[in-house]
Design a protein around this ligand. Structure first.
Ligand SMILES: Cc1ncc(COP(=O)(O)O)c(C=O)c1O
Length: 371
């Protein structure tokens, strides 16, 4: 059916890309005589593990198309990993499919689930911005809310939880997650749990939605979204997967097959190797633990308070002043941080400090903070 004359095509209302606003601060920080320490983004800087690079290279001869559902080896490795690290019991490999990193899955999940106008997509008040974008791309209603009871009688299609959370590193206890799951099941809503920082618990042990302590032994209505970007320094490979309710996975798979959302064969091989190896994760964890200790102590000495941050890849820091003032104060010392306002209005007096810089740069930041 053609569009009536004068009616513009439906375009999702997307926000301005917020990072552009940080450019002047980046330039200010870059003017430091010893160079910028960029702690604004959570992009890994340490090498991709050898075991993963070898697996990628060994699978480089890949003339045919990959399957959208993923190789049996990858799905079995994911099931083993979920049992080992996420406490998931007896998952069928059919309940797992790979994604091209997790960001695309987050952005497209409401669409893949068939949500649209009139369906609420709920996400935390302080959150990774792509949950909101995903709702908008589907034409659904984005709703930032930390309380399911505050949602009223509206039709909720999808609820996102994120523990450990970006930006503030808070861990949701099993009992809290269980309440969200019960509430969603009563309403027929899907719960998607973004667990990309699951293996980065420092002072608390993060719990997966796949753990029976949360879901009572049933995967009904649940999806766990995972990423290898942070745990395995694989952000450049685009490697993620989603696991959970087999009926939902089948639905998501069906659309992904039609849309060509498939992970390249060599990347699937690399993911398989990465998921079967815990040694490199321990090594990476100890790097981040050291950087976290150094930055935490230096920020405290410089008068910052750190809130939450018991897990994940960031320190959620404040000087009890508007976040842009703090971003400016840090930029004058050659340090770039992300303003908390990027993640929601409640972040207006915090900055997010990423642990993803080399030891040398982290030590430089600490020296400047404590000078
Ligand atoms: C909460 C959260 N979810 C998902 C992602 C996306 O990760 P990737 O697309 O690299 O898997 C990020 C990246 O920073 C994130 O912080």
């Amino acid at each position: 059916m053609s569009r009536p004359p004068g009616v513009p095509p439906r375009r999702p209302q997307l926000p301005d890309f917020p990072w552009d606003a940080l450019v002047p601060y980046s330039e200010r920080a870059a003017a430091h005589p010893d160079g910028i320490v960029d702690l604004s983004v959570g992009t890994p800087v340490d090498p991709t593990p050898e075991v993963v690079r070898h697996a990628l290279a060994a699978a480089a001869d890949a003339p045919g198309y990959p399957t959208t559902v993923g190789t049996p080896a990858l799905r079995e490795a994911a099931v083993r990993w979920l049992a080992r690290r996420a406490g998931a019991v007896a998952l069928d490999p059919g309940a797992v499919i790979p994604s091209i990193g997790s960001k695309e899955l987050v952005a497209w999940l409401p669409t893949l689930l068939g949500l649209g106008p009139g369906d609420a997509v709920v996400f935390p008040e302080l959150a990774y911005p792509t949950y909101d974008i995903g709702a908008r791309l589907a034409g659904a209603d984005p709703v930032a809310s930390d309380s399911v009871t505050a949602l009223g009688p509206r039709r909720v299609g999808l609820i996102w939880v994120n523990s450990p959370a970006n930006p503030h590193g808070r861990v949701l206890p099993a009992a809290h997650l269980a309440k969200v799951v019960d509430w969603a099941r009563e309403r027929g809503a899907v719960v998607a749990s973004d667990e990309c920082y699951l293996e980065l618990g420092w002072e608390e042990r993060p719990v997966s939605i796949l753990d029976p302590a949360v879901n009572g032994g049933s995967l009904d209505g649940l999806l766990a979204v995972h990423s290898l970007s942070k745990r395995s320094n694989l952000a450049g490979y685009r490697a993620g997967f989603v696991a959970g309710d087999p009926a939902l996975i089948r639905q998501v798979l069906e659309v992904r097959k039609h849309a060509g959302l498939m992970v390249p064969t060599p990347v699937q091989a690399a993911m398989t190797a990465a998921l079967d190896d815990d040694a490199h994760v321990e090594e990476q964890r100890s790097r981040y633990a050291r950087r976290r200790d150094v930055l935490r102590a230096a920020l405290a000495e410089a008068g910052f308070r750190i809130d939450h941050s018991t897990a994940g890849l960031y320190l959620w820091a404040t000087r009890d002043q508007p976040c842009w003032d703090t971003v400016g104060w840090l930029a004058d010392r050659g340090i770039l941080a992300a303003p908390g306002a990027f993640y929601g209005a409640a972040g207006g007096s915090h900055v997010r400090i990423a642990l993803t810089a080399t030891d040398e740069r982290v030590d430089a930041a600490a020296k400047r903070l404590t000078a």
